[in-house]
Design a protein around this ligand. Structure first.
Ligand code: ARG
Length: 484
């Protein structure tokens, strides 16, 4: 975490990725913009001189010359035929593309990219039909800042909120398990009044002891007028209040309980990266932290609820059981720079060790939303790891702005989000990677991003770049679910 305003020379450069689209050279003025498929000479059509019929004609008008007529007819037919051939080729090309891209016919749904097709009725029916069970992994989600439970209808290919009528915690626990949470962390399920929806999923309680999703049917009405708000874990609470945070300008030392989801990830007794607690078993970090030989879970020790690095040296830390890097992570561009760590033994939550909330789909962060970063990273460009945990407030920077030529010139992909001050002076730095970028919204702390990269540290017009957590939430749940 950098907090100095001094101008150390930038030395860290992000390599690779030249996203400039190769624009075609502009044709010379007056040049024909399209390839000439047909002659530009107008087809010779017999031209008639309109004759005004007089009262008496002595001789019938001479018939148009026969040879010219036949030739022009042939030409017209050739033109029409060529146009038809071009249209047929285009249609054929479209169908070839369609079947290569989507292996399944329109009424079927493909299992991942396996080429195996399933009927929509087999999707979300409680029975795993796909080779990797994809038909049952994405049937529920939590939407927006109020954690509205939504269920996917494969038939109408849409998400519906669940009507609170007859809903109870037992159903809530099933839905949480399906997202990858353990029942041990279940928090609550309650109805929230909402009239913005037109269709709902309703429980058919007389359906007997069958799978939850088979009991749900779509309906245009909901008796209570309330939809289910589901919390699978009590996340996003910090025991230290905002009054302390008001003091910060340009970075300061944290107190215990202020950023309880922050962890320090060690390799051979040294801090290497940061991470964020999302459940007792799972942490989020950056994919670039666990590259190469560091992808071995045995290399790592995890420290939670401790402010100072020197204190960690006397502790044993938590062992890592599994590391999952995003399959589409790209070393050069830092596209999809996110990874999951599963601990061998679960963390016990206390005042100082708590999870942060993963952002739900449908959450809108304001273009300049105030966020906070924390970590043990260098306090100035080229400096060493900090002994104490630091934090600083950073506003988000709109992607289009961050992609400006004088800032990151198109290197900010949809999986990334910029935050910081374009004037410089505040930023994350080496050693903060993998750690949290959080915001406080609807009285909950949300994980907006994970520290990923930047040119130098706190350099003007080179803000910090973070993994865009909202686009990773789905991937995270899928992997938690598959590795329970
Ligand atoms: N890649 C760095 C790390 O491994 C984080 C760099 C963040 N840089 C910045 N200017 N915000 O710790």
């Amino acid at each position: 975490m950098t907090s100095t305003l001094g101008p150390p020379p930038p030395y860290y450069e992000n390599r690779g990725f030249q996203p400039e689209p190769p624009y075609a050279a502009r044709p010379a003025a007056g040049a024909h913009p399209y390839p000439q498929l047909f002659s530009t000479n107008p087809p010779s059509v017999p031209s008639y001189i309109p004759r005004v019929a007089t009262h008496q004609s002595t001789r019938p008008a001479a018939p148009p010359p026969r040879r010219t007529c036949a030739a022009s007819l042939r030409k017209t037919i050739i033109i029409i035929l060529s146009i038809l051939i071009v249209i047929c080729c285009a249609i054929a090309a479209f169908f070839i593309w369609y079947f290569v891209e989507n292996n399944c016919l329109s009424s079927l749904i493909e299992c991942g990219s396996s080429g195996v097709c399933m009927s929509p009725s087999q999707w979300c029916d409680g029975v795993s039909d796909c080779p990797n069970g994809e038909d049952e992994t994405r049937c529920v989600r939590l939407f927006g800042p109020n954690f509205i439970l939504q269920v996917y209808s494969p038939v109408s290919k849409a998400w519906y909120p669940v009507c609170q009528d007859d809903w109870n915690d037992d159903y809530g626990k099933i839905a949480c398990k399906d997202m990858g949470y353990s029942v041990d962390t279940y928090f609550y399920s309650r109805g929230v009044p909402d009239v913005s929806f037109k269709s709902y999923m309703k429980l058919n309680t007389s359906a007997g002891n069958i799978d939850l999703y088979k009991k749900l049917y779509t309906s245009g009405s909901c008796g209570t007028g309330s939809v289910v708000s589901l919390r699978c874990i009590e996340c996003g609470l910090a025991s230290k209040s905002a009054s302390i945070m008001n003091r910060i300008v340009g970075g300061s030392g944290a107190v215990l309980g202020q950023w309880p989801w922050q962890v320090s990830l060690h390799v051979q007794g040294t801090h290497v990266c940061g991470g964020s607690i999302i459940t007792p078993h799972w942490l989020v970090t950056a994919a670039h932290c666990v590259e190469g030989r560091l992808s071995d879970p045995h290399s790592w020790r995890v420290y939670a609820g401790i402010l100072n690095q020197d204190e960690m040296l006397f502790r044993s830390g938590y062992k890592v059981q599994l590391i999952i890097s995003h399959p589409d992570y790209d070393t050069d561009s830092k596209d999809n720079d996110v990874a999951l760590m599963k601990l061998e033994t679960p963390l016990s939550f206390t005042e100082n060790v708590r999870p942060v909330c993963l952002p739900n789909p449908g959450m809108m962060f304001q273009p300049n939303q105030q966020c906070w970063i924390s970590g043990w990273g260098a306090e100035y460009q080229g400096g060493k790891t900090s002994n104490n945990l630091n934090y600083v407030a950073v506003p988000l920077i709109e992607r289009s702005r961050c992609n400006a030529v004088y800032i990151y010139n198109g290197m900010i992909l949809p999986t990334m989000i910029c935050a910081g001050d374009l004037a410089g002076g505040i930023d994350s730095c080496q050693g903060d990677s993998g750690g949290p970028l959080v915001t406080h919204h609807h009285s909950v702390w949300w994980l907006v991003g994970d520290t990923s990269w930047g040119t130098g540290c706190a350099t003007p017009n080179k803000p910090g770049v973070y993994g865009n957590m909202t686009v990773f939430t789905d991937w995270i749940y899928k992997n938690m679910q598959a590795n329970r």
